[in-house]
Design a protein around this ligand. Structure first.
Ligand code: DGY
Length: 323
């Protein structure tokens, strides 16, 4: 039997590409340049399974292309806000994602941003690299102590809980959280976590606010001007989820007006284009969307996407079906 045709929009780790070759009649994007809307549409007309990722805007218009042959989208990544899921459902297209395998690495990156921004590590490294370090002194680059502080987690799902695990057991932090869903008692008690009634309460109480919820219509600009104003002037915001959960203009204003002490960001509203102020403010630490960027995790993400696609063609239940 002929192998299903697959189109993969970006380069994947070589172990995954080998496995794709074994199981699919696969076309890779050798240049690794993100596809245009027209290329996305063409792809959907020329394969059985389409394998996009976070950089591909798979809109209703793209999904509605005439002559579409792909009925399965195996996304490389857990977040699927770049795919119009309602349209996919209406059009009868199956969509899968890659949860679980990137939980630990994303939580590690959240903790690293938290530590870097609180302890002014970016500033220190810039000072050293520019040969401006004059030596140890009692008042040099004094940051904020992390151990024992209050961490408010917005979105207490897999990644939020993994952040809590590190913060609670590595840094003895008090865990506060907000989530629209009620979590099992054993989860809450494991971290001795306190659920606060509102996001406003999280903003008021926390020394660090970590954004760990998915990007949805409801969470768009969830961290806004009003909520930044409620935060302590000594508090920091950390975002490893999606850029548009934070209103970036409001964040810049809060940083400039010293309403908050700093920000650690792995994701941005219009990445890879970042407002110039974020590149110059000393109290901002920014990473280029590195949450899942370890070789182990990226291979696991590719394998998960492949497992989902194979299950689809074998008529089995998908391990990670979105719709
Ligand atoms: C995802 O999987 O959604 C991440 O943002 C990419 O690491």
């Amino acid at each position: 039997m002929a192998k299903p045709r697959a189109i993969v929009t970006r380069r994947w780790p070589s172990a995954n590409e080998e496995r794709l070759k074994q199981n699919f009649d696969v076309v890779f994007n050798e240049s690794d340049v993100p596809f245009t809307g027209d290329q996305l549409k063409d792809s959907l007309k020329n394969c059985d399974v389409f394998m996009p990722t976070v950089t591909d805007k798979v809109t209703r218009d793209v999904l509605s292309v005439e002559g579409r042959t792909a009925n399965m989208i195996a996304n490389f990544g857990v977040g699927f806000n770049h795919i119009d899921i309602d349209a996919a459902k209406e059009l009868g297209i199956t969509v899968s994602n890659t949860p679980s395998v990137l939980t630990d690495c994303t939580a590690d990156i959240a903790m690293s941003l938290l530590l870097m921004v609180a302890r002014r590590v970016g500033e220190g490294e810039r000072e050293l690299r520019s040969d401006n370090w004059t030596g140890w002194r009692p008042t040099h680059l004094l940051g904020t102590k992390v151990t024992g502080k209050k961490l408010g987690i917005i979105g207490f799902g897999r990644i939020g809980q993994a952040v809590a695990q590190r913060a609670k057991f590595g840094f003895n932090m008090d865990i506060l959280y907000w989530d629209p869903y009620d979590l099992p008692e054993e989860v809450v008690s494991k971290y001795n976590a306190t659920k606060l009634d509102t996001i406003e309460d999280i903003c008021k109480e926390s020394d660090f606010v970590s954004v760990n919820c998915p990007a949805t219509k409801e969470t768009f600009h969830l961290m806004n001007e009003e909520r930044f104003k409620l935060m302590k002037p000594t508090a920091f915001v950390i975002n490893t989820a999606r850029g548009d959960i934070i209103d970036e203009k409001a964040l810049l204003k809060a940083l400039a007006d010293k309403e908050i002490a700093g920000a650690g960001l792995d994701v941005f509203e219009t990445e890879p284009n970042i407002p110039s102020e974020l590149k110059t403010l000393e109290n901002v630490v920014s990473y280029p969307h590195l949450g899942s960027a370890t070789i182990e995790t990226r291979i696991a993400m590719g394998d998960t996407a492949i497992d989902n696609a194979l299950a689809f063609f074998e008529g089995k239940d998908l391990p990670n079906k979105v719709v």
